[in-house]
Ligand binder design. Structure first.
Ligand code: GTP
Ligand code: MG
Length: 204
């Protein structure tokens, strides 16, 4: 899929105020600093459409970006960021949870995990939560530029095997990416394109 336009639409902390057009949308979620905003910029070929930072906790709202005038990418705050106050954390959690529970336009959640780390409980628990809510998701391994191919394969295998060994009967779709090296862009855009096609076919 070719990206012909990408524009910021709005930031929100209330799901009810998000864009109400019936267009498919894809949300990027994961621990703070995992690279959600950077990946959005890489996908749309823009340096700073989504705000990024070396310090965790940069993205603090639900951010909608309209792509090719007919679907949305959604940048969300990271979870597991220790430095925000307890109260802020609760508020974050509430609207992130609400977003996933209520947002009918959401067709796929992309759960980002850093390819260098072993599976983290917070990510596995979040995926389980998505599963119990029947929300389709795929895993995106980020920062693949930091590892050699052999280590990438090893870590992905460990990750998926752990999912199978615990609660999952099958593994979700997954993508290996690097925003700095532009790895995984085509695969991810093709995947989105397929889901968009199904979405619009079902509408007609
Ligand atoms: P929050 O908004 O705080 O939740 O973070 P985020 O998940 O949006 O992360 P962000 O995109 O802001 O990136 C965090 C840091 O990781 C920045 O310093 C990025 O430059 C770096 N980073 C992101 N993607 C990559 C990547 O593919 N490779 C490398 N080496 N660094 C990356
Ligand atoms: Mg961010």
């Amino acid at each position: 899929m070719k990206i012909t336009s990408a524009e910021f639409v709005m930031s929100n902390s209330e799901v009810s105020k998000c864009p109400n057009e019936p267009l498919p949308e894809y949300a990027f979620i994961g621990r703070s600093n995992v690279g959600k905003s950077s990946l959005i910029n890489m996908l749309v070929n823009q340096k700073s459409l989504a705000k990024t930072s070396g310090r965790p906790g940069k993205t603090q709202l639900i951010n909608h970006f309209k792509i090719n005038k007919n679907w949305f990418l959604v940048d969300l705050p990271g979870y597991g960021y220790a430095r925000v106050s307890k109260r802020d954390k609760k508020v974050f959690q509430k609207y992130i949870t609400e977003y996933f529970e209520k947002r009918e336009q959401l067709v796929c959640a992309f759960v980002l995990v850093d390819i260098r780390h072993e599976p983290q409980p917070i990510d596995l628990e979040f995926m389980e939560w998505l599963g119990t809510h029947a929300i389709p998701f795929a895993i995106i391994f980020t920062k693949a530029d930091k590892l050699k191919p052999r280590a990438i394969k090893k870590n992905v295998d460990i990750y998926l095997q752990q999912m199978l060994d615990t609660v999952w009967e099958e593994t979700p779709p997954y993508f290996i990416t690097s925003s700095s090296q532009r790895i995984g862009r085509e695969e991810l855009l093709n995947y989105i394109d397929q889901i968009n096609t199904t979405f619009f076919e079902a509408k007609t």
